[in-house]
Write a protein that binds this ligand. Structure first.
Ligand code: ATP
Ligand code: MG
Length: 361
């Protein structure tokens, strides 16, 4: 079995690391950058994602194709799909690439989401600000990650905001005064069976994921999130790991924010905190191998390492499960690695996370 991956970042790296020896699977990666993280464990073709020669190499040499980030050009996935299985399929990826289609999918299927409006011009924005007020956010429809291409409206005028967003097609949405944020990570196989990890509680700094803690113990919300996830994956005929991010509002209700058609930063803890990691689950699902019932007997946390790598000795002394260094060069607010901790005592877990946060920030 050989799997082709479009994208060779840290998520591809971990999918390969967590499954290649265990299940005897080979990987072939396409990524435009020099020595991406995945090149540590697999052969990488250095090219654009839609380079026809590279796509033909994948078709010739692989059994199935997947992605490690959602902004792969959908025409590349559509080309591949004519010749080989692509999981998740191009339609699902396309939906998740565009905030407007994502929000419309939520709306059309009665999944609570933020109030939103499509913005295509400065005039639209002017009307949007009138309707939504300053307590709203303008977000580009495409290419947003880590809070990029998002502007809180506040008391700024439409002209300035439109200039700041570079005239990109966007949506305006109301700001949620949330209690907390959670994500549901679920995996669906080709036969349509789905398995779920427990909800993860996420906190962000400057729009970038800072920590994740699992499980978020709320039986009602867990079930509600699973129902929403199942609804979406069956609508999209989705195969693999899909993650949905939610706000929990003041009424303790889930409000869908966005989706990721791939394994997710908020699921890194599954390596030490679960009997099967999100990475292995995704690979099993797309390879049509049997999935495992997911068990999460302990508490786990994940802290992202941003901007600068810390003194590893100091972190190790605290007693952590894993420290991952993606081998990337340091840059302000760049994700360089992460730390995971798994333990039986939630209080101890939180203490350790706080101690590590003080070292990192
Ligand atoms: P990601 O890194 O998850 O891909 P992103 O850049 O795609 O992030 P969002 O997830 O929409 O964008 O926003 C990032 C964070 O900004 C959210 O997790 C949340 O903390 C905050 N945020 C976004 N939209 C809203 C909102 N409508 N109300 C309140 N906070 C918000
Ligand atoms: Mg997000």
């Amino acid at each position: 079995m050989r799997i082709g991956i479009l994208g060779g970042g840290q998520l591809a790296m971990m999918m390969i690391k967590m499954s290649s020896n265990k299940h005897n699977i080979d990987f072939l990666v396409v990524d435009p950058s020099e020595k991406p993280p995945a090149s540590k464990y697999a052969e990488c073709i250095k090219s654009e994602y839609d380079d026809i020669e590279s796509l033909n190499l994948l078709i010739k040499n692989c059994d199935v194709i997947t992605i490690d980030f959602e902004n792969v050009p959908s025409h590349a996935l559509k080309y591949l799909e004519k010749h080989i299985s692509v999981y998740p399929n191009s339609k699902s990826v396309e939906t998740c690439q565009d905030r407007l289609s994502e929000k419309n999918l939520f709306l059309q299927n009665n999944i609570p989401t933020t109030k939103f409006k499509s913005i295509g011009s400065e005039k639209d924005l002017e009307e949007g600000i009138k309707e939504f007020g300053g307590d709203s956010i303008l977000k580009s429809r495409k290419l947003g990650y880590d809070g990029k291409n998002q502007i809180v409206v506040g008391n700024q005028n439409a002209k300035d905001i439109w200039k700041k967003i570079g005239g990109m097609e966007s949506i305006i949405e109301n700001k949620i005064n949330f209690i907390t944020e959670v994500s549901i990570i679920g995996v669906r196989n080709i036969a349509g069976e789905t398995f779920f990890y427990p909800l993860v509680e996420n906190s962000h700094k400057h729009g970038i994921l800072n920590t994740s803690i699992a499980p978020f113990e709320n039986h009602t919300l867990q079930k509600e999130a699973e129902v929403i996830h199942k609804k979406i994956t069956s609508l999209m005929d989705y195969v693999g790991v899909l993650v949905i991010e939610f706000f929990i509002d003041k009424n303790n209700k889930l409000i869908a924010n966005e989706m990721a058609p791939r394994v997710h930063n908020s699921g890194h803890w599954t390596i030490s905190g679960s009997n099967i990691s999100q990475f292995e689950s995704h690979i099993l699902a797309i390879s049509n191998l049997p999935l495992k019932e997911i068990k999460t007997p302990k508490y786990s946390g994940m802290i992202n390492i941003l901007s600068k790598m810390p003194d590893i000795n100091k972190i190790e002394k605290i007693g952590v499960s894993n420290i991952f260094n993606y081998g990337k060069s340091e840059r302000p607010n760049r994700k360089l690695g992460h730390i995971t901790i798994t333990c039986s005592d939630k209080k101890l877990l939180i203490e350790k996370i706080n101690t590590i946060s003080k070292i990192l920030y």
